[in-house]
Design a protein around this ligand. Sequence first.
Ligand code: HAM
Length: 464
Amino acid sequence: MIKAVRGTRDLLPPETALWNFVESAVRDVFRAYNFQEIRTPIFESTELFARGVGEETDIVSKEMYTWADGFEPAFVMPVELLGSVQRELGDAVVAKLKYIYEQMPIARARAEGRKGQSLTLRPEATAGIVRAYIEHNLETRGLNKLYCIGPMFRRERPQKGRYRQFYQIDAEIIGPASAGSESPARDAEVLEMLATLLDRLGIAGWNLELNSVGCKNDRAAFNEALRKALEPVVGKMCVDCQRRAVTNPMRVLDCKVPEDQPIIETLPRISQFLDEGCRKHFEAVQEILRAVGVPFVLNGRLVRGLDYYTRTAFEFTHGALGAQNAILGGGRYDGLSEALGGPAAPGIGFAIGEDRLVMSLQESASAEGVLKKPDAYIAPLGPGMNGEAARLARELRRHDLVIDLGDESFRLKKSFEAATKAGAKYILIVGENEVKADAFAVKDLATGEQVSVPRAELPVKLRG
Ligand code: HAM
């Protein structure tokens, strides 16, 4: 048997009803805040993510699905070799080697003047949306409020709430500073919209964790202080932290290894390094949140796993999710457009992990509860009745009724079984006598009550 690939899964009915319920609530709420949908490609050039998300991040260095499009690999890296190197050098070095290996045929082809490129399945949506903003000159529209819903891909170790193909609901506010894109009012608007959405979905017990990761200058000073503080202790920390201490010290704060936590608690926090502008901006965001009554907690350790963040960074967590407890994350990325070769375009956004949102929702709502069951099951009875039944179904569906349809070859007992299995409220029988009389036997499957209803009165009866 061929099975779905590890880390991917099929979403089946009735569970998909919950996904639809979430997506339609999302579209309604986003509409009220004047967000509009954007759809970007599922794969992009690798360079976009390397430059946008950052080469030193876990996402880019370890987790991307990347391939050389348009030419054959220069050679095949033997799996056994990888295995032995991995044992000696560890995951991070092997991931880097793989990345270099994947880039080699591209570099070689370029050197030989051949066309071809390195492509990557999108691990997140922000870089693609900012690319589209630049490519289509969206700055001429002023402030852009965009959202997108779709699959993302990361080669992570699968576990509860963590998949290799997962779904994000992503929203971004981006535009020239003159359109107000830099204002703390936008940060607060996005956070208040999220609180509204989660409340509307009935997700109780969410926590908003908030931090400011400052801007470039603050970060340079902070990283320096972190490096100093880490120097005497980093030898006692995990290998990932030892690497981060050199490449990107801020990421040490994100470490989840229990043994490292006492050391991390003693490290400096970015809040001590924010310049006047960043500090004021962060205070203004908090002030508006208090004014609109959105509760939050400050978390000085929240640094997020992507390199583009500046100033406000946040996550919404939920207790029911276990280790993977972030339902969503986001923040400001004021320099991303420029890093991708575009105009200055401050922005803020977030991505909800839809898989995790649905998991938290399952706490309070069942898929059965939100699924619209058929109003009626039409049972054609006897030869030649399929056409009549189809005609009636067509009429009733035009009245916005949910109609399921059987087959004239079914005996009455089988039609009843099928109607019950489909969860229909009524069964409606279409036999020769009914067609002649233009009135149909309608039976309530719960009460067993049966009446004959003229064709014209059927919509009202079935809706009742
Ligand atoms: P992120 O924190 O990498 O941010 O992902 C956002 C959310 O996606 C996470 O909080 C989580 O719920 C979900 N998620 C991430 N990886 C997985 C996985 N392997 N399986 C299931 N769910 C997952 C971003 O992606 C940023 N682009 C967010 C953003 C938008 N920042 C500004 N604008």
